[in-house]
Design a protein around this ligand. Sequence first.
Ligand SMILES: [Ca+2]
Ligand SMILES: [Ca+2]
Length: 317
Amino acid sequence: MKTLKNVTKTIARIFAVLLAAFILVPKNNSTAQIHEISLKVKVKAGVQGYFNASTGKLCRDVPMHVELRQCKSPYDLVSSTDILIDKNTMTAIANFDIAESETYYIVLRHNNALEVWSKDGGEFLTAGIVNEFDFTSSGSAYGDNQYDNGKYRFMYSGDVDQNGIIDGADLALVDNALTAFAVNDPSDLNGDGWVDGSDLLIAEENSTKYLVVSAPEGTENSYASSNIKNLDRNSGTNYPNPFNPTTNIGFNLPSQSQVNLSIYDITGRLVKTLVNQILSSGYHEYKWDAGNMASGTYFYRITSPGFEVTKQMNLIK
Ligand SMILES: [Ca+2]
Ligand SMILES: [Ca+2]
């Protein structure tokens, strides 16, 4: 009888513990689930020149910035993250800190490639699962502005200054980096670790095609504002350098602002002010004619509210 009582007690205790666990566990799970539900997209993508046809793989892991943008004008940024595309699988999972199932544009950016938007109309992405989007298959990019190597489609290489156009300014950056034997530089257009003639060839080809970002109409402002991070690093470039007797100094403005661009000699003396006024957003370029100046090192300084850069250039007569 005593034993039966004990057994009943024990069973009652087990029930009590189970009941407590049953009450507590769902609470904990539901809290955890709220944080665990996010929007995940497995992205397949590559950059022109990074694909090694003999191995069938990218030549290195590729860092990318991924954005989700609204599907309607003005295509506002919803969320963004950075990913590292695996060179073997050409994929990476972008984990966005939002949980709304919705139709979005997926936008990819790489530090030397032309920004690419996903297909016209956007993609419906579901929170809580791993969605997939393949940028390497035919017709997967908005405007289809990708390089086709016969097997995959890749983001065009060559937009070194990240202003949305592959042009002479980018070509000059690659040329300068090549002359300086730069390593681990954004001008390494094919991702093999150094800047050489093969990179110059890609820049030359793409800059003569006047390649620009293909994006829905009305995205200019959002493109510029999301580009600020890259502008700080790349803004202000002159070409040619060294020069005789003229050189062109180019820079990007994310928004309309007051800009001063001035030239100084090696002693810090102001030589010339090329511009000192309010300029519209976008790319600007000014020519400096140093025909009456002596050979030597000069500096140009670009100042704008919240931004200042000083760079060196050499006049060799
Ligand atoms: Ca460019
Ligand atoms: Ca290279």
